[in-house]
Write a new protein. Sequence first.
Length: 312
Amino acid sequence: MIPQSLWPGRYPQLLRRTDAPPVADRVLTAVSADGARIHVEVHGPEGAPTVVLAHGWTCSTLFWAAQIRALVPDHRVVVYDQRGHGRTPAGAVGTERLADDLEAVLAAVLAPGEKAVLGGHSMGGMTMMAAAGRAGFREHAAAVLLCSTGSARLVEESVVLPMRPGRLRTRLTHLILGARAPLGPVTPVSRRLLKYGTMGPGSSPERVDECARIVHACPRTARVAWSQVLGELDLDKGVRALDVPAIVVGGTADRLTPMVHARRLAAELPQCLELVELAGMGHMTPVEAPEAVTAKIRELTGAYLDTKEEAA
């Protein structure tokens, strides 16, 4: 327990490091098409405009903590653990499974015909692309925010390794991202490696620590299984089918999904409203630039959800 003398105002940096994760107002289980049980959390007041957020590879609902805290006063925020991550058990993998799970979550938390703004980071954004043609997605998606994501050629265009593009870099990147070795505990060395690979050079130690704790908690089996799916990803057709208003966000220092992916999405999405380039940010944009990402979510809910009707 933190002594009362160390609470906010005296040592705010300590508060940031020890801030507890947001506590859900409601926890439920969505059952996917193959029977997989998806852990879902609902934060904020019933009847408020709804935002549904899908996290990326090796992450969990904890990844959206900053957005949850900022939005819950006037939004209902739904987050869920992708299969094999967080509190959702492992199961069959593949982009169709991602789409199945999202449809199940939407059906569990939204009334028939009710709309929400959907946000996805990395694999969460790919989930939106995979589900774009699904009836359950079209029924509920008012608009989407795609953060630090891409639709194809992820390994070929990754710049995690400072090498010239080509077969050797692609093969070595495959080996690194699909490594079967356990990550083990968070250490100073692992923090430096994670920051180099996934975050911008100016990321604060607190935010690096936050991401490291989340990523290291991901089970090795899920990390490896989903890395193979991402290594073979081809969702270009899904991008063209994602015919709802969309904002694309990317970090200019992203080594995993460099800005070439964000620019390609912005060019190919049927209704791209804006491409946001966050200078100096890496792959973990919702954690590295939480205010910017939250602001874009608010823009979409304000423009595409009828707040008066939702609140009635």
